[in-house]
Design a protein around this ligand. Structure first.
Ligand SMILES: C[S@@+](CC[C@H](N)C(=O)[O-])C[C@H]1O[C@@H](n2cnc3c(N)ncnc32)[C@H](O)[C@@H]1O
Length: 204
């Protein structure tokens, strides 16, 4: 992993994403999580302070050591114990049906083999368990889609592998979830190519 990914990008990302307008989305998404929780692509730990009080422990997965170093600082300040794994979501060292809850925020765009990761996440989620997601992805506006496809190489270069044109809804529909509840909306605080969000839960 290069210097940019390991040192510069985690700091840059943390500055850009540690903004009040994201707080309400993070809080809403985490309000009902419970049980054994796996958060993937935890990054610098911006979700940590938004877990409800009844959550005392989570397991996290993120392959970037620089992100994990910044996460470590946030763990100290939060009341949440974290079993931190510096690994990728495409191959998870957990038994089938290990988790009650999976959390992913702004992460599926950055996973190189996201379909394989989705299969793994489905495998480790217990029947009846829920996958909470808040992701940016492919817009429903064909004009914006055109720009997302044009600019994704640039985004990927500067945002450490993040792609703009991932059909997040499609990823969930490809797995045999019992139910997928999802809403899509555009936020105004960022460019339309980055601001089309998919928010919801998928139940196994
Ligand atoms: C855009 S950041 C999102 C961070 C955090 N979830 C948030 O909401 O602020 C994407 C994260 O996904 C991580 N990531 C990249 N490839 C991954 C993979 N194969 N499995 C799990 N996480 C991965 C990156 O290291 C990065 O921390």
């Amino acid at each position: 992993m290069g210097f940019y990914s390991n040192v510069i990008f985690p700091r840059f990302y943390d500055c850009v994403m540690d903004k009040p307008f994201w707080t309400k989305y993070r809080q809403q998404q985490l309000a009902n999580v419970s049980g054994e929780i796996l958060e993937i692509g935890v990054g610098t730990g911006l979700n940590l302070e938004h877990y409800p009080e009844h959550v005392h422990r989570i397991t996290t997965v993120d392959p970037n050591p620089g992100m994990n170093r910044m996460l470590q600082k946030r763990i100290g300040k939060s009341g949440v114990e974290v079993d931190k794994r510096v690994i990728s979501s495409e191959e998870l060292p957990f038994d089938d049906d290990s988790f009650d809850t999976i959390v992913s925020t702004m992460t599926l765009c950055s996973i190189p083999d996201v379909q394989q990761a989705m299969g793994e996440l489905y495998r480790v989620l217990r029947p009846g368990g829920r996958f909470y997601f808040l992701e940016h992805g492919l817009s429903d506006d064909p004009e914006v889609q055109k720009w997302q496809r044009r600019l994704t190489w640039l985004q990927s270069k500067f945002a450490d592998g993040c792609r703009l044109e991932i059909d997040i809804g499609g990823l969930f529909l490809q797995q045999p979830f019992e139910a997928v509840d999802m809403d899509n909306f555009c936020i105004e605080q960022v460019a339309k190519t980055q601001g089309y969000l998919y928010r919801g839960t998928a139940t196994k």
